[in-house]
Design a protein around this ligand. Structure first.
Ligand code: ARG
Length: 461
């Protein structure tokens, strides 16, 4: 097997199983583009400060760019004996440049190097996830715009509570996604700090310029403490926390879609774009997409817990435990991205709201009972008294199989003399919804305003 980079200090050789156990090349190859970018900045800094000559700096940069092309052409495939992506790149560079290649690692350690790579990677992924969130929000907003006047039962305790505008329901998810987008923006700020130049843990004896390399990599600033620089993974935990919340939101939406698609609700029809059939039951059309999103949520929660646990007992500074951060981060990134994309497709072309059926649903229940109590309260009856009275009405109506709208004016007036003919208007679903015109409520005017506000939010990048 290959001679290890560090092997001159050692007498024997690694057990083959331990070579496997120790290696991260199988997954950290994912970081290669960021590793190359980070190394290029480091080499430029070394030349800029006179630690290496300008010619050496140029040769190293050219060599690293060549490795990038080789990788992109599928010609750079380091094996397990390379240990990790950092060693693999350095070794290839030395193959290409000889002794000059060996100068790249001056004033650097894999500890600040890997910290740099993972931050560059995550910064990039955060930007991508934020644009996916924007796409998701756009679909929610345009669906909401289509369904301002569509009414749907609103629930508490999964019991019909009060009818609402379907747009209002969808906009609730828009705002969750808005917070996700904002949260990731804040986390991006704490991710975008350069550990490069922290060295192994204590800084370096070379006259490096950390501000220079940080600026080349578009980091906002270097870490102020080298120990913290090499061992901080707060930004990654925050990212997994934010990702977990994204998944919570997608999973709640998925759960609703699954319920709505059931025969019992029948609020939506799944289109053939996102639904699948059963291998045995010919009548089935299954909501696999929302089920998968709901299911994948667990992975991201697990990775968050995993990384918290990984960090809690780590003494300063770098410990090899930190190598375990990568798969958690990579898998979470991939999961959040595919789920956001799938949820966006599901909403835009995977389901159709059955508006007739929704309208019928809100007309045929007691979700207007609050409005009868509000009606009496407006006429001077104390709300609690009105509430009790309507409770009795609901009880007797249920017993006689009637809805509130079916009561005659005489029946209403027997219950309370304050009832007049306008009670029928007050309890019609259209009126019930539009009357909730308080700020942030489901009243149609409010919903229209909320949609306009949503458009402004989308344009405020
Ligand atoms: N593969 C390692 C990681 O992912 C790189 C840093 C190794 N540093 C060390 N001192 N062993 O964390």
């Amino acid at each position: 097997t290959e001679k290890k980079t560090w092997s001159d200090r050692f007498e024997g050789t690694l057990h083959p199983s331990i070579v496997q156990f120790n290696a991260s090349i199988g997954f950290d190859i994912e970081l290669i583009e960021y590793d190359l970018t980070g190394s290029i900045a480091h080499a430029k800094m070394l030349a800029h400060t006179g630690i290496i000559s300008p010619e050496e700096g140029q040769q190293i940069v050219t060599g690293l760019e060549q490795i990038r092309s080789e990788y992109r052409d599928g010609k750079f495939n380091p094996g397990i004996d390379q240990e990790d992506v950092h060693f693999a790149v350095e070794r290839r560079l030395t193959e290409l440049l000889g002794d000059v290649g060996k100068k790249l690692h001056t004033a650097r350690s894999r500890n600040d190097q890997v910290g740099t790579d993972i931050r560059l990677y995550l910064r990039d992924q955060i930007d991508q996830i934020r644009s996916l969130l924007r796409e998701f929000q756009k679909v929610l907003l345009s669906k909401a715009e289509e369904h301002i006047e569509t009414m749907i039962p609103g629930y508490t305790h999964l019991q019909r509570a009060q009818p609402i505008s379907l747009a209002h329901h969808l906009m609730a998810y828009f705002h969750m996604a808005q917070r996700d987008w904002e949260r990731l923006g804040e986390i991006r700020g704490r991710t975008n700090i350069s550990p490069l130049g922290s060295g192994a843990l204590a800084g370096t004896t070379f006259p490096i310029d950390r501000h220079y390399s940080a600026a080349l990599l578009h980091f906002d600033k270097p870490y102020d403490n080298s120990l913290d620089g090499v061992s901080d993974r707060d930004f990654a935990i925050e990212f997994l926390g934010a990702s977990s919340l994204i998944m919570v939101h997608l999973s709640r939406l998925s759960e609703e879609v699954i319920l709505w698609a059931s025969h019992e609700f029948s609020f939506i029809t799944l289109t053939d774009r996102c639904a699948t059939g059963s291998s045995i039951m010919p009548q089935k059309k299954n909501p696999d997409v929302p089920e998968l999103i709901r299911g994948k949520t667990g992975r991201v929660f697990g990775h968050l817990q995993g990384l918290l646990t990984l960090m809690k007992g780590l003494p300063l500074a770098y410990n090899k435990d930190l190598q375990e951060d990568k798969e958690a981060i990579f898998d979470s990134v991939k999961t959040v991205k595919v789920c956001l994309e799938a949820a966006t497709i599901l909403l835009s072309e995977g389901l159709v709201f059955r508006t007739q059926r929704l309208m019928q649903a809100v007309a045929e229940d007691f979700s207007n009972a609050t409005d009868v109590a509000d009606y009496l309260a407006t006429k001077g009856v104390p709300f609690r008294e009105a509430y009790n009275l309507v409770g009795k009405v609901v009880k007797t109506s249920l017993a006689s199989g009637k809805l509130l709208k079916d009561l005659t004016l005489e029946e209403w007036q027997e219950l309370h003399p304050a009832f007049e003919a306008d009670i029928y208007h007050a309890i019609a679903p259209q009126q019930v919804v539009s009357a909730r015109n308080s700020y942030g409520g489901t009243g149609f005017e409010q919903v229209k305003y909320a949609i306009e506000l949503g458009k402004t939010l989308l344009n405020s990048d």
